[in-house]
Design a protein around this ligand. Structure first.
Ligand code: ACM
Ligand code: ZN
Length: 655
């Protein structure tokens, strides 16, 4: 390869021509990338994969590139050597004109050249290159020139490490998957009622007691040492990913109080609880906040922040702030003394006082405080903070924030909550969501730093399940956040993502193959749908209006019934047909993540009165039974145990 050539070829792209002087037309070509790149032009000729032998970069990128060599070889078998410039097939050049995550990538018939100005730019270029190699047709790469940069600087994923614990190796696996789709921020929710997962020098009892469950020894004692956390930070940096720690205060703190009960309003005994413990056995669940009237709480928070900044180089420290009821504070003499001394007019102002103190502590360390959107409920947030907007569709919270020039990261439940089933947040819904909500003016748009998916793990206990909840939804979100908005196109994404399934398998990503993937987001109209057969649907499960019971028997898998309360023994959902029908097989698809029915019997009846049990439901809320040609008048889901979710039933299918 003639290396010199690379230094003038990009100029050819300033005009129409990559085809050289032979023709005045742009060359047609295609490349399949997720997320879609900002611009791509095609040239003539191809580069055989077999010719890729060596890669060369500046010494400062040796670690990133060394890591890429290992990954590439693991996934494709292609073994690149790190070589000197005279024999490299892939050259990575430092380019002072490119900032942030911007990069360019040129493929010609004798080699590849990447330009970047930063570590992050190199990482994004290598993700693109990996996708190009994995999607190569007939072992050849098309000649092309890509010029790329992200729409948003913040493209995140939050993983809840408290409800269930993810080992360092599992988090590394998640980091590799994020990098493949050019996500750049991993937000670790490290503490909650269930567990305090971060070992601290000053308070060793936090992980001793905060991850200890008397009746669940197999789940106890799981936490990250400082060495673990530093290793996660180091590894993520190899992929240009920043790790943001969250310590959730002043609420969601039962595990903290189990270790340091003197930080509660009333003292006494607290116990952390695993998600596996029934709700009725969990103690003092509604007293999960620290005392904001106690000076010791602020000293503690300062100590925590001191240790966080020692581990995490991230610009942000996330201090939570979500879901803080004030009832306990209102009965606490210390909290009420503060209330009076500060002339407060509502109990919520106690949280605001705490928020202001946290900002002082975090900014004294040169960091920016990030918090859930509740910290701005009474405008306690300032333009120096960043809000993670999560409630509902986030519209009113975004408006409130932008009016006061407060930067935001958008992760509303609708579109971004990856613990919701694919019924409630479909891949298409996430893809069609946008962080810039209606009515945002041009001058306020820069306050929207980006968005992130949030995976709460109450009902997600294994890495394969975690991936199944995330992908392909995170791939969709990655495109929303990276690609120019005008390039977003569902049909194109649908084609690309389905063609990526074998690639995701190769990468070891366990993903959800949705039979309703191409369907528009289900939005109930307020009118009951026609049923797939002549029947009536009866249930004593309260309705989450207007997700009517009839949606579970309308012949469509993406529409669904949604209950409006938790369910338990005694609840049923029954379809009674007008006429008996001959049935060989029954399949029931309930919600597919959090909102599924697992403790229930599937019953059939020939006369609509006397029922016999024919099946049960699996751990993912599905039931499929062959009943070998029975005359059936009615099918019933009879709930046999308590569920913590509001149940979804997508469809009852009779074959
Ligand atoms: C949250 O979902 N409580 C941030
Ligand atoms: Zn108190």
């Amino acid at each position: 390869m003639n290396i010199k050539k690379y230094f003038f070829i990009p100029l050819a792209f300033s005009g129409l021509l990559f085809a050289g002087c032979e023709s005045s037309k742009t060359v047609e070509g295609s490349v399949s990338l997720i997320p879609e790149v900002k611009s791509v032009e095609f040239g003539r000729g191809t580069l055989p994969l077999t010719s890729l032998q060596g890669i060369k970069c500046d010494a400062e990128w040796n670690d990133i590139v060394g890591n890429f060599i290992v990954d590439l070889s693991g996934v494709t078998g292609i073994r690149l050597n790190k070589v000197d410039i005279s024999s490299a097939d892939i050259v990575i050049v430092k380019d002072a004109d490119l900032s942030g995550e911007a990069y360019s990538l040129l493929i010609e018939n004798d080699g590849i050249k990447i330009n970047s100005g930063t570590d992050e730019g190199v990482s994004r270029a290598l993700s693109t290159l990996l996708q190009i190699i994995l999607t190569a047709e007939n072992g050849n790469l098309s000649s092309l020139y890509i010029s790329d940069e992200p729409r948003f600087g913040y493209r995140g994923l939050m993983i809840d490490c408290s409800r269930h614990f993810w080992t360092v190796d599992e988090l590394k696996e998640s980091i590799r998957h994020m990098a493949f789709f050019k996500l750049n921020t991993l937000h670790l929710h490290l503490t909650d009622n269930n567990a305090w997962r971060m070992a601290m020098d000053k308070y060793p009892e936090l992980t001793e007691k905060g991850t200890y469950y008397k009746d669940y020894p197999e789940l106890s004692g799981k936490y990250y040492t400082k060495v673990d956390l530093k290793e996660i930070v180091r590894y993520a940096a190899l992929y240009g990913i920043e790790v943001i720690p969250e310590v959730d205060l002043p609420g969601h703190a039962t595990a903290l109080l189990a270790a340091l009960p003197h930080l509660s309003c009333n003292g006494g005994h607290f116990e952390a609880y695993p998600e596996e413990m029934p709700l009725s056995s969990r103690k003092r669940g509604n007293e999960n906040m620290i005392c904001v009237g106690n000076k010791a709480s602020y000293k503690f928070a300062e100590d925590v922040v001191n240790e966080l900044v020692d581990i995490f180089p991230s610009k942000y420290i996330h201090l939570g702030g979500d879901e803080v009821p004030t009832g306990v504070w209102q009965k606490c003499s210390k909290c009420m003394a503060l209330y009076k001394a500060e002339g407060m007019k509502s109990a919520g102002e106690l949280q605001d006082y705490f928020t202001h103190k946290m900002r002082e502590i975090v900014s004294a360390k040169g960091k920016t405080m990030l918090g859930w959107d509740e910290i701005n409920d009474r405008h306690a947030a300032t333009p120096d903070d960043v809000l993670a907007i999560w409630r509902n569709d986030g519209i009113s919270q975004q408006k409130e924030a932008l009016e006061r020039n407060i930067p935001v990261i958008m992760c509303p439940q609708h579109g971004c909550y990856m613990d919701w089933g694919y019924a409630g947040n479909s891949v298409r819904k996430s893809y069609e969501w946008d962080p810039v909500l209606p009515e945002v003016t041009k001058e306020k748009e820069s306050l929207i730093l980006g968005g992130q998916g949030a995976l709460w793990t109450e009902r997600v206990a294994t890495q394969s399940r975690l991936e199944w909840m995330l992908y392909p939804r995170m791939s969709a979100l990655a495109e929303v956040l990276w690609s120019p908005k005008e390039k977003r196109n569902w049909d194109s994404f649908y084609t690309r993502i389905t063609s990526y399934y074998p690639l995701m398998e190769k990468l070891g990503i366990n993903f959800y193959e949705d039979d309703a993937l191409n369907e528009k987001e289900f939005a109930p109209t307020g009118e009951k749908p026609a049923l797939v057969r002549a029947a009536t649907v009866e249930t004593n499960i309260p309705l989450n209006n207007p997700y009517y019971p009839e949606y579970a028997f309308d012949g469509r898998n993406n529409s669904f019934f949604w209950g409006g309360s938790t369910i338990g023994k005694g609840h049923h959902f029954t379809v009674v047909m007008t006429e008996q029908v001959l049935v060989n097989e029954i399949e029931v698809i309930t919600g597919d993540s959090k909102d599924y029915i697992t403790k229930a019997d599937l019953m059939v009846s020939a006369d609509g009165k006397k029922f016999e049990k024919v099946g049960t439901f699996d751990e993912y809320g599905q039931s499929k039974v062959k009943i070998g040609g029975k005359s059936v008048k009615a099918v019933k889901i009879e709930v046999t145990g308590q569920h913590t979710c509001w149940p979804i039933i997508k469809e009852i299918i009779l074959k």
